[in-house]
Design a protein around this ligand. Structure first.
Ligand code: PLP
Length: 286
């Protein structure tokens, strides 16, 4: 058993979620993706805090307290055959009526599943990614705060499909004002004139845990880093560019919309990457 479902370890193939679950019917729920290395979850408290905040922001009563979820994460890792892997922790509004009114959902559902994650191949990681700026926008019309990690990912799914159609590895989404927000499952950084820049949450980026780690590492390495609104121009003319995320970890970008960067991976990207590996080894063991 590698899946925890509402307090029990079960076989992930067992059918468990009702067809009336509003997570399924309306994307009404929140989630986290968490890496574990050497059987230890990386930055678990930060993920659980973001989950609590996401739930509170959409007025979803969490069916389990943070401590119970932390214990459940440990149980799933212990039951997994993997030393290194990825956990998906999902909390839905639960089963209710077919109508959208969440008052019909008495109790949320929570599950955690562990698996391998194949975000990119070793060859892609080595060569650097080719990314496009997608036509689909982040927050085209709605007002859901981008800091909420909700089960509504259709803009991101469609952006990812655009990347595939274009023969690219990943897509970046613009907001309604044409500012860069993030990738389909990752945050974006550029290096310009020796400074590390990443879009602010307010432009439409999830405040990624990995993004936060990179900002911490930059400070400890004495590299100037700050949030800044970015247009595609800032990416096309960047010295370096990379993506960050729990699944992505740190992925160098080699070209954006067919404009090749001069160096990939550049020196700043490499310095951050080795500091990141060292941090994982420190926090999760070698
Ligand atoms: N942006 C989106 C849309 C994501 O789904 C993710 C998830 O991994 C990220 C950014 C990166 O966040 P984190 O570093 O917390 O995984």
């Amino acid at each position: 058993a590698r899946c925890w479902f509402n307090g029990r370890l079960v076989n992930p193939a067992e059918p468990q979620i009702s067809v009336y679950d509003h997570g399924l019917l309306y994307g009404d729920g929140v989630f986290e993706g968490i890496r574990f290395y050497h059987r230890r979850a990386f930055r678990l408290q930060a993920h659980l805090e973001r989950l609590q905040h996401s739930a509170r922001a959409i007025a979803l009563a969490m069916p389990y307290a943070t401590d119970a979820l932390a214990a459940a994460v440990d149980e799933v890792i212990a039951a997994s055959p993997l030393d290194d892997g990825y956990l998906r922790l999902v909390v839905t509004r639960g089963a209710g009526s077919l109508g959208i009114d969440p008052r019909s959902c008495a109790q949320g559902n929570a599950f955690i599943v562990a698996d391998r994650i194949g975000f990119t191949s070793a060859a892609q990681r080595q060569a650097g990614l080719s990314v496009i700026v997608a036509a689909i926008r982040r927050l085209p019309t709605d007002g859901l705060d981008p800091r909420v990690k909700s089960l509504n990912y259709l803009n991101h799914v469609l952006a990812r499909m655009e990347a595939t159609r274009a023969g690219a590895d990943e897509a970046l989404l613009l907001n309604a004002q044409g500012r860069i927000t993030e990738g389909s499952g990752d945050n974006v950084f550029v290096v310009r004139r020796g400074e590390l820049l990443t879009p602010p949450g307010i432009d439409g980026a999830l405040e990624g845990i990995t993004r936060g780690v990179v900002l911490e590492l930059a400070a400890s390495l004495g590299l100037p880093a700050r949030e800044a609104s970015l247009a595609p121009y800032e990416l096309y003319t960047a010295d370096e560019c990379f993506l960050t995320g729990t699944a992505a970890e740190l992925l160098p970008v080699r070209e954006i919309d067919g404009r090749a960067l001069d160096i990939c991976p550049g020196p700043v990207t490499q310095a951050i990457e080795s500091a990141f590996s060292a941090l994982i080894a420190r926090e999760c063991g070698e």
